[in-house]
Design a protein around this ligand. Structure first.
Ligand code: GDP
Ligand code: FO1
Ligand code: CA
Length: 373
């Protein structure tokens, strides 16, 4: 059995860690255990001081390696900040974006491999392979695309509209300035990797983690090739609500949803994702043709052709995303309305407090998928 999970950073990592634990519990023998492939958002990636930083891939890698800072969610534990203090003293980099000394080691290694011409997918596999004494991670991590796609946010700080990187809006401004719209730089030249399309084509179950529906899952879905691969798959697609009792737990997903006109509720997110038995309504974020480049030292350009982004005329309209949707017990009254959308729904404990609650949540998602086979 092949399980594919669509993820962002911290929410995706906690859920995937629970999924791994639940699969180990259900299948004690590794040879009969399903494989897990995570398709990871790359929209938060950026150039900082000449280094390629990939926050959501790193949240996944550090969490699955068991070396993450669990309190914060992101970054490594037992960090120090000597290097970034020096960078800040020189006025280089993003002073509001905390980069630990050990974390910087990851960014230097990744950037070095990218500069040698290695595609991001292979770089991620290489970085992942060192953990667990060289055994690697229990999950295959796949960046959704090898081409740089960066989410930017249009804001107005009083001197007219300007575009800032998503992390600047999120971390520096704490998403307190309204986002007028999201723009994905580089999207026009990007496509899902072959590995991503193959993983979706051979998936028996697809899970949508309780990740940010706009800038994490929304970005993954917007990459050409992802939607079409999902549409062609016969695997059930089960999502987990990132909204509990009308609140964006941890972070500012509510500000992201407001920017695209979606209410912060489990039902509204389900409606936004749509039912797989019906035509899609969810639109990708706004595209822009300008790819993000580090102008000082451009990456080796792989000049890959765009694959399967154009739909030939006469193709069926894209489908919605979901066959199943887990909502919180606090949102039990939404189950009926979700089912009226053509999406099978259950209410379960949705808080990922610790290893046990995360594993139970992943188990509930697997059980709902099994019902939908
Ligand atoms: P990020 O990239 O680090 O922001 O992480 P993700 O996009 O993967 O996930 C962030 C989302 O996870 C937040 O918007 C929350 O709505 C959701 N989230 C965080 N903790 C929990 C939890 O315990 N349960 C559920 N259901 N969702 C959560
Ligand atoms: N999140 C923060 O809220 N503040 C930070 O200073 C910060 C630094 C950071 C450094 C490396 C990394 O991989 C992730 C980091 N994050 C930080 C987490 C993360 O990038 C964002 O919170 C999410 O992408 C929002 O979706
Ligand atoms: Ca993120």
């Amino acid at each position: 059995q092949n399980i594919v999970v669509l993820v962002g950073g911290v929410g995706g990592a906690r859920f995937t860690r629970g999924l791994v634990a639940e699969l180990e519990r259900r299948h004690p023998s590794p040879s009969s255990r399903p494989t897990v492939t995570a398709i990871v958002n790359t929209g938060d990636d950026s150039w900082i001081a000449g280094l390629r930083v990939t926050p959501d891939l790193d949240s996944m890698m550090y969490t699955l390696a068991g070396v993450n800072d669990d309190e914060r969610g992101w970054g490594l534990r037992d960090e120090s900040y000597r290097v970034s203090a020096e960078m800040n003293a020189y006025g280089v980099g993003w002073p509001w974006f905390t980069l630990g000394d050990l974390d910087l080691g990851t960014h230097i290694a990744r950037t070095a491999l990218l500069r040698e011409g290695m595609p991001l997918t292979d770089v991620v596999a290489r970085l992942a392979s060192r953990w667990n004494d060289g055994a690697g991670l229990p999950v295959r991590l796949l960046p959704v695309t090898d081409e740089p796609v960066e989410t930017h946010v249009e804001i107005d700080l009083g001197s007219g509209p300007e575009l800032v990187h998503f992390e600047e809006w999120w971390v520096k401004h704490r998403a307190a300035v309204p986002a007028q719209r999201f723009v994905q730089l580089g999207l026009a030249a990007a496509s899902a990797t072959r590995a991503v399309r193959d993983a979706l084509a051979t998936a028996d179950v697809v899970l949508v983690a309780p990740s940010n529906p706009v800038v994490s899952v929304g970005t993954v879905l917007s990459i050409p090739g992802v939607r079409s691969s999902l549409d062609e798959s016969s695997a059930p697609v089960v999502g987990v609500s990132p909204i509990i009792g009308g609140a964006a737990v941890r972070g500012y997903a509510d500000a992201c949803l407001a920017a695209i006109g979606v209410e912060t509720s489990a039902l509204a997110v389900a409606r936004h994702y749509g039912s797989r038995s019906r035509a899609a309504s969810a639109q990708p974020l706004v595209d822009s043709a300008t790819p993000p480049v580090d102008s000082a030292q451009p990456l080796v350009d792989s000049a890959k052709p765009v694959v399967d982004s154009a739909k030939p005329n006469g193709d069926p309209a894209p489908r919605g995303l979901l066959d199943g949707w887990l909502v919180a017990e606090e949102d039990a009254d939404a189950v009926e309305a979700v089912e009226a959308l053509g999406i099978r729904s259950r209410s379960v404990p949705l808080w990922m407090k610790d290893a046990e609650t995360s594993a139970a949540l992943a188990g509930a998602a697997l059980d709902l998928a099994a019902e939908l086979f």
